[in-house]
Design a protein around this ligand. Structure first.
Ligand SMILES: Nc1ncnc2c1ncn2[C@@H]1O[C@H](COP(=O)(O)OP(=O)(O)OP(=O)(O)O)[C@@H](O)[C@H]1O
Length: 237
């Protein structure tokens, strides 16, 4: 349906090298959706297609009823956080977060306010002038979250954002993500290798295998599903 909210992949096909991907699914808006599956199943590729870093060979991708298939990544209604947080080492946190609002850093007074609020929201109030190199890994990742927050887009894409963090920090970041999600109500797609994280965070989950969507379901149905051996293996590790 043209006015449906959420993410629709309609017969999306893509070949990368020797790998074929075929994604067909309809994901709800306003949920935290885990993208799971064995290594090499296509999780990052799925996210790259939604973000626009990969273009399908055929098929269409819609976000909240808008066909974004031909849109450049910069104009898609998404913000992103990756594992290596992509902060600029020579720029302070205020500037790094400000780049989320304006790549040319033309910031109005209320933009400046939003940057400080976003830093406060992730527990980094007063860190405006700090350089990324002076922060812990968890703090850097929170700064990357702040940058995604100021973009204020309806869809947040996270590619294993906590993978480089130790387990205690990981749990803290999951809690922070849940809290921020409650405040914004946006849709979150998060690639995860970690079944504990999926249980803690997600209210909907996708299981990919060999470049295809094998299951897309509310978290309870996903956790109870018994028909996919690779899903059982994933949930047990
Ligand atoms: N540009 C490319 N050219 C050729 N092959 C590619 C390209 N991008 C990805 N692939 C291959 O496609 C497969 C799926 O990759 P993808 O990174 O999407 O998997 P993944 O599920 O995220 O894996 P992991 O959990 O290991 O990160 C992999 O075997 C990968 O080597």
């Amino acid at each position: 349906m043209a006015d449906a909210r959420g993410i629709v992949m309609a017969d999306v096909r893509l070949t990368l090298g020797t790998h074929d991907f075929r994604f067909d699914c309809d994901l709800p808006a306003g949920r935290i959706i885990a993208i799971t599956g064995p290594s090499g199943a296509g999780k990052s590729t799925f996210l790259n297609l939604v973000a626009g870093f990969d273009a399908p060979d055929s098929g269409t991708i819609s976000i909240d009823g808008h066909d974004v298939t031909a849109l450049h990544p910069a104009v898609r209604p998404v913000s992103l956080v990756f594992q290596d947080n992509n902060l600029f080492a020579h720029l302070d946190l205020f500037t790094n977060v400000g780049l989320g609002i304006s790549p040319s850093l033309k910031l109005a007074a209320d933009d400046r306010q939003r940057i400080s609020e976003a830093l406060a929201n992730v527990g980094l109030a007063g860190f405006e002038r700090r350089l990324p190199g002076t922060l812990s890994g968890g703090e850097r990742q929170r700064a990357a979250f702040a940058r995604a927050l100021v973009r204020d887009r309806p869809l947040l894409l996270l590619d294993e954002p906590f993978a480089a963090l130790d387990p205690s920090l990981r749990a803290g970041m999951s809690d922070l993500l849940k809290l921020l999600h409650l405040k914004t109500g946006n849709t979150v797609l998060i690639v995860s290798h970690d079944p504990k994280e999926v249980r803690r965070l997600a209210d909907y989950a996708v299981f990919l295998e060999a470049g295809e969507v094998r299951l897309a379901a509310p978290i309870e149905a996903y956790l109870e599903h018994r028909g996919i051996p690779a899903l059982q293996v994933f949930l047990q590790h």
